[in-house]
Design a protein around this ligand. Structure first.
Ligand code: ATP
Length: 476
């Protein structure tokens, strides 16, 4: 049973130290969230799982970490300056800001386009139901900043942007990575990092924020590769990866992005959607994008290249000093590689993982307990070491020593801040797979009780075998 709605996760996340509303002491900041002690571990585990899978387990992908602020020309030639827009609509009545492409349109007017329907007063503000809406106008979502101490606000020579995607840092480094690592196409470059978008309607907790983290990979292939089929292959692999993070296949769905909605660089995009809104009665409205897999053609490498020309033979990019084409030694051909891009969000993955792991169980006393059934590799803490009597120095000493001995092989904590029932409940709620209890008998038999989070079953294990026992069970 996954979480019934996002709000359930918001309250658990705050109560247990996963995610806090940012800047709360000043009333918050709309869409910003801070990751607490357990949230940062969960995010790190998601990122580590991705990096291992995509960079270490394969032999054809390299990792990089590029700058957040790039030369402004990158965004000019990538097309983001001209086209990275969302259509903005204002409600004149209640001043709510809306994204025109996300407004619910009347069933019988879907063919007419949102601007025409707004003119006909057939679109309602979801907040106050007024039909007095402004026509959509385009709003560039890139955050602007100025570089240098002497820069004045509107000096175009010092204008720079915070990156809205990590991908461009990969494209401009294509040749650096290819030559330094002696790579042959096909190969990929992966990157994890923050991106920034001045979203018109941020919200739904960490689903849509203005600052977020992406895990992107550009896979470079030959111009005659089977690009559309490769998109399907990557979709399949990602669905399996998400399932390996504990996300149920029932809560994943594929969405083929219609041609008219494709980004300017894409010939095909498939979104993997997650059921973030199970409480919504209409099935289609339960889903939101978890990640997208796009066929970006050779658009980006050509756009950044000094020698690429358009149909009339004119140079596309007179500012670039490098040509990002690739020379194929076997066929003796030079070409701009084409790209398949799986782009996933760390934060949306974390939210999906939390929602899917959420479950409730009733104990012997009829009390409902929350259990976060995280797959062990994602659990922020793998084992909690709990003394049964915190006023008995020998028991406390033994528990602390066990914690210290486990720490080099797995993340363990010591906790004596409550009675054993409370301590178990707390660890269940934060997804700790195992609780290790040290009791009076432990002092004599050098053994401890290991309690399983999901079954609440307990077994007695010798301290000398504990690390190996836990490591084996964490792999299950
Ligand atoms: P949406 O349609 O939801 O705005 P998008 O199609 O613009 O998303 P992409 O450009 O494909 O998103 O970005 C790749 C991934 O980055 C998304 O699938 C999502 O996981 C993540 N992402 C994008 N924008 C945000 C955001 N504002 N907050 C959190 N994650 C985001």
């Amino acid at each position: 049973m996954p979480a019934p709605n996002i709000d359930t996760i918001v309250s658990l996340a705050k109560r247990r130290g996963f995610v806090f509303p940012s800047s709360e002491v000043y009333g918050g900041l709309g869409s910003a969230w801070d990751y607490g002690p357990l949230g940062v571990e969960l995010c790190n585990n998601v990122k580590q799982s991705w990096w291992r899978w995509i960079v270490y387990d394969r032999d054809d992908i390299e990792g990089i970490d590029s700058s957040i602020i790039l030369n402004r020309l990158v965004w000019q030639y990538s097309g983001h300056e001209a086209t990275f827009h969302d259509p903005l609509v204002d409600c004149r009545e209640c001043k709510t800001r809306l994204r025109a492409d996300k407004i619910d349109l009347p069933e019988d007017g879907k063919g007419s386009g949102v601007a025409e329907l707004i003119r006909q007063k057939r679109v309602k503000c979801p907040n106050c139901e007024s039909t007095d809406l402004t026509e959509p106008r385009l709003f560039n979502m890139m955050f602007r900043t100025t570089l240098g101490a002497a820069a004045v606000e509107d000096d175009p020579t010092s204008l720079a942007y915070l990156r809205p995607e990590t991908a461009q840092g990969i494209f401009i480094n294509f040749l650096n990575v290819q030559t330094a690592m002696r790579r042959k196409v096909p190969f990929g470059i992966a990157q994890i990092g923050k991106s920034f978008r001045n979203e018109i309607t941020p919200g739904n907790f960490i689903l849509r924020t203005r600052e977020f983290e992406q895990m992107e990979m550009e896979y470079f292939v030959k111009p005659d590769a089977e690009h559309l089929k490769l998109v399907d292959e990557w979709v399949e692999q990602y669905v399996e990866w998400f399932k390996g993070l504990g996300i149920s296949g029932d809560n994943l769905q594929l969405h083929e992005v219609p041609a008219e909605e494709l980004a300017h660089y894409s010939k095909r995009t498939v979104d993997i959607m997650y059921r973030y809104f199970p409480e919504r009665p209409e099935e289609p409205r339960q889903w939101e994008e978890l990640m997208g897999i796009a066929y970006r053609t050779d658009f980006d490498l050509r756009s950044h290249s000094s020698k690429a020309v358009d149909g009339e033979g004119t140079r596309i990019n007179p500012d670039s000093t490098e040509d990002l084409s690739y020379f194929d030694e076997t066929t003796k051909q030079r070409f701009y590689p084409h790209v398949i891009e799986p782009a996933a969000g760390v934060n949306r993955t974390v939210l999906a993982v939390l929602m899917d792991a959420y479950s409730e169980k009733t104990n012997d006393k009829g009390e409902t307990r929350v259990i976060l059934k995280l797959v062990p590799k994602l659990a922020p803490i793998k084992a909690a070491i709990l003394p049964l009597a915190k006023n008995k120095p020998e028991i406390v000493g033994m528990a602390k020593a066990i914690k210290r001995s486990l720490q080099p092989v797995l993340r363990a904590v010591y906790d004596d801040t409550g009675g054993i029932g409370k301590l178990y409940a707390r660890q269940d709620e934060i997804g700790t797979p195992f609780c290790v209890t040290v009791d009076h008998q432990s002092l004599e038999d050098e053994a401890v009780t290991v309690r399983d989070r999901d079954t609440w079953e307990q077994e007695r294990i010798k301290v000398s075998n504990l690390a190996e026992h836990l490591q084996n069970r964490l792999k299950e």
